[in-house]
Write a protein that binds this ligand. Structure first.
Ligand code: UGA
Length: 437
């Protein structure tokens, strides 16, 4: 099929490359010329495992091209809109200006029968508003809302083999046609057994934000249990293991620690709450404010533990911060708890040396005042305390005996509860996790 993808950020770049990998002919459009040049040269502008390989093979095959010129979508019959919906400045609501601009730019090139598939995460009600507008700006084009559930770090696999497909479609023949077109786009996943939920616009929009709200709630739930464990001497990891054996609960997303961050969960729960308030149903999602608060408290807890372990004397102390990305296998530092902890410790007067296998460049752009190194051993050298805030495999594999030989103070705060506490203690370390004895 001939496909266009408007917006080549995390979501759009991966989607464009994955669709071409599946055999479709794809053009990716973005207003950022540096990004487009990089993608056209098959160099991903961000770290995502598996993306360099499919970008290279799809561009070499001639099925994938990138452009800043929106008129190049004219040949395509399916148009994915994958632009960002960041949090508005000074408000919790989503900023829809990029979505609106994409629809304005796209409309003149749409032909009757073309399908426009919205992928961006939007407040419920957006698709019906955009559909009404398309009826006059691009008569005969059909809008569907097709939310994306990919995880950074697994984006390629999640796009090629998603665990479900959701199509929000209009009623009648138009809806059936749009669903049929998306079935063709995703034929290989559907043949592989991926379930398809065909529904209305509002439900499709809500599926996306409620899934992220549920995941955020699950993480904050276990972090709330960590807070209780901390005052009772219980161990939140053992607790998570035990409740996780109940198949109704499940063990995934029950890792207590410094909490969630990234470009999705934090802004999505805030935008969802703001939208519920607009709809006069603020009380229905009031709990998400608690979810947000619990999450933000965990960052402070990590800092408090460092202060406590340094006997209240952080000023002038050298602290190695291991991790800057919001999670491993990503270079994304948007709303990253790890970067936040590093910045706040520096604010307390500590000499922070921060490291990350992938995210140093992005962190430096946002916070040039911090001292960075790409080398974990350099970060650890002479440290008075160590804080682990992103659970990269290489940090989990550190040898506590070897590290003890590098640092000045054998004090570690494990902000991801990912180290073997007994092993570190046996090597002479003062180890503190979150919600752990
Ligand atoms: C999230 C969702 O998981 C995806 O399904 C969704 O498509 C995506 O947002 C989106 O809306 O685009 P992602 O932001 O890549 O994906 O990250 P997650 O894997 O969900 O992790 C989010 C945060 O939660 C990370 O900071 C991670 O460290 C933290 N986390 C995760 C925990 O603190 N504990 C856990 O047990 C699991």
């Amino acid at each position: 099929m001939k496909i266009s993808v408007i917006g080549c950020g995390y979501l759009g770049a991966v989607h464009a490359a994955a669709m071409a990998e599946l055999g479709h002919e794809v053009v990716g459009i973005d207003v950022d010329s540096a990004r487009i040049e990089s993608l056209a040269a098959a160099i991903p502008p961000f770290f995502e495992p598996g993306l360099p390989e499919i970008l290279a093979s799809a561009t070499a095959s001639g099925r994938l091209r990138f452009s800043t010129d929106i008129s190049e979508v004219a040949d395509a019959t399916v148009h994915f809109v994958a632009v960002g919906t960041p949090q508005q400045h000074g408000s919790h609501a989503a900023d829809l200006r990029f979505v609106d601009a994409a629809f304005v730019a796209l409309a003149p090139y749409l032909k009757p029968g073309d399908v426009v598939a919205g992928k961006s995460t939007v407040p419920v009600g957006t698709a019906s508003r955009l559909s009404a507008r398309l009826a006059s700006t691009a008569p005969g084009a059909i809008l569907t809302w097709n939310p994306e559930f990919l995880r950074e770090g697994f984006a390629v696999t999640d796009t090629i083999s998603p665990d479900r497909l959701v199509y929000g479609v209009p009623g009648g023949d138009e809806g059936a046609r749009a669903a049929g077109v998306l079935d063709e786009v995703y034929a290989s996943a559907i043949e592989g057994g991926t379930p398809v939920v065909v529904t209305d616009y509002a439900t499709a929009e809500l599926v996306k934000v409620s899934a992220n709200a549920f995941l955020a709630t699950k993480i904050s739930f276990i972090n709330a249990m960590a807070e209780i464990a901390e005052v009772t001497g219980a161990d939140v990891t053992a607790l998570a293991d035990a409740i996780g054996y109940d198949a109704r609960i499940g063990r995934r997303f029950l890792n207590a620690g410094v909490g969630f961050g990234g470009g999705c969960l934090p802004k999505d729960i805030r935008a969802f709450t703001a939208r519920a308030e607009e709809l006069g149903r603020g009380e229905s999602l009031a709990f998400l404010k608690e979810v947000d608060q619990i999450n933000l408290r965990r960052r402070q807890r990590v800092i408090d533990l460092v202060v406590e372990l340094l006997d209240g004397q952080v000023n002038g102390k050298r602290i190695a911060v291991l991790g800057l990305a919001f999670k491993p296998h990503s270079d994304d530092v948007r709303d990253s708890p790890a970067l936040d902890v590093a910045v706040q410790l520096r604010g307390l007067g500590a000499k922070v040396v921060a490291t990350d296998p992938q995210a140093v460049a992005n962190a430096r752009r946002r916070h040039p005042q911090l001292r960075y190194t790409d080398d974990v051993l350099t970060a650890l050298d002479d440290a008075d305390a160590v804080v682990l805030v992103t659970e990269w495999p290489e940090y989990k594999a550190l040898d506590p005996v070897q590290v003890a030989g590098l640092v000045r103070g054998t004090v570690i705060v494990d902000g991801r509860n990912c180290l073997d506490a007994e092993q570190w203690r046996a090597a002479g370390w003062t180890y503190r996790g979150l919600g752990r004895r």
